[in-house]
Design a protein around this ligand. Structure first.
Ligand SMILES: *Cc1c(COP(=O)(O)O)cnc(C)c1O
Length: 362
């Protein structure tokens, strides 16, 4: 659209930038769905079967986005399939509503995850401290406050000491409390997260899967049924559209056909081209950093020595953003002199534009 700022996204799957670009097949599936009627239950069932086959879960369902997936999974833990309870939410009078979450997982992904919990009528209960939640902390909390346990996996949002997810899930299940994992950007690792034994794993369809905006909730059949049943309650305002469900089906098919090894090599090549081009710039220290959660690609971080480069990291970030097209890098460590580049979303042409702009600015 001509009125809008042209953007190059080197920041990753960032919601304020529209997250990802969909393939022609996904776009066609979305457009096709918009032109037709469908029996939505049938469409959801089809998507559920595809999600199960892809992830290795018993079942799957599609919600409006991952944030609503969190709200509805928590709701499911409180209501099961009981229609009266489903209709009562967010009023939880008469039943338990505590959601145990490691304190360090109480992140803000643009909005606080604790609010996504509270939207269902549940009450978040923080376990451990901001820096650390031991298995004993978690167990003590679950023993006291037993509705469900929610944990999070994220490359960028979590900086507390890592928690052994499989052990944490086992501990919740031993206390007969459902364990839910928010792995919104973890579509590449969904099978691995399910192998922890979690009742539900939540993934965004629009992040690395590059589908339309949707939340994928996969896991145990009974639990996923209860998530879907929220459609008759608070899930009404968080429903997946027909075009989103159709786009999800196409994105899953595409992912199943993906040669991951080839894909990873293509990502490495982009990084090395980028690093090679900007190596000629003085005052930059260029490092490849593996994804901390084990996603199959690296990011490039550039340490800016402002005395040599002539500009500090914050000024470079601002100059990149101010250009046309507007180039967005990972800037959360700019104050510490560090800028990151995630090139998964970038084409070769865009990488060249970023490099040219860096030469122009520095
Ligand atoms: C992106 C993200 C979300 C929100 O995902 P949406 O699909 O935009 O609702 C939730 N949790 C985590 C960990 C995220 O990274």
């Amino acid at each position: 659209m001509a009125e809008l700022t042209k953007v190059i996204n080197a920041r990753g799957t960032f919601t304020p930038l529209g997250v990802s670009r969909s393939s022609p097949a996904v776009r066609a599936a979305v457009a096709d769905a918009l032109a037709h009627f469908a029996i939505i239950d049938e469409l959801q069932d089809l998507a559920g079967r595809k999600l199960a086959a892809w992830s290795g879960a018993d079942a799957g369902t599609v919600t409006h986005c991952a944030a609503s997936g969190v709200t509805l999974a928590v709701a499911a833990a409180m209501t099961g399939r009981d229609p009266q309870r489903i209709a009562a939410l967010p009023d939880t009078t008469g039943f338990r509503n505590e959601v145990v979450i490691p304190a360090g997982h109480c992140v803000n992904y643009g909005a606080p995850i604790e609010q996504a919990i509270r939207l269902s009528g549940a009450r978040p209960v923080r376990a451990g401290s901001r820096e650390r939640c031991s298995l004993a902390d978690l167990d003590a909390s679950i023993e006291r406050d037993r509705t469900c346990c929610l944990m999070l996996v994220s490359s960028k949002l979590v900086d507390s000491a890592p928690i052994d997810l499989a052990a944490a899930v086992a501990l919740a299940r031993r206390r007969e409390v459902p364990a839910i994992i928010d792995g919104a950007a973890q579509d590449f690792r969904v099978a691995e997260l399910l192998r922890t034994g979690a009742d539900a794993v939540i993934v965004s369809a629009q992040k690395y899967l590059a589908g339309p905006t949707a939340g994928l909730v996969v896991g145990r059949a009974g639990f996923i049924d209860a998530v879907g049943a929220q459609d008759k309650g608070i899930g009404r305002g968080m429903k997946a559209t027909k075009e989103a469900i159709a786009g999800v089906c196409a994105a899953i098919e595409e992912r199943q056909g993906l040669d991951l090894e080839k894909w990873a090599i293509a990502q490495e090549k982009k990084l090395s081209v980028f690093a090679g081009r900007i190596a000629g710039l003085g005052g930059l220290d260029v490092i490849g950093v593996p994804d901390p959660t084990g996603l199959p690609f690296e990011r490039i971080y550039v340490e800016v020595d402002s005395a040599t480069a002539g500009k500090d990291a914050a000024a470079l970030v601002a100059a990149l953003k101010a250009g046309n097209p507007s180039i967005w890098a990972i800037d959360d460590q700019a104050a510490a002199g560090r800028i990151g580049f995630e090139l998964v979303q970038c084409t070769d042409d865009e990488i060249k534009i970023i490099c040219d702009k860096m030469f122009e600015v520095l």
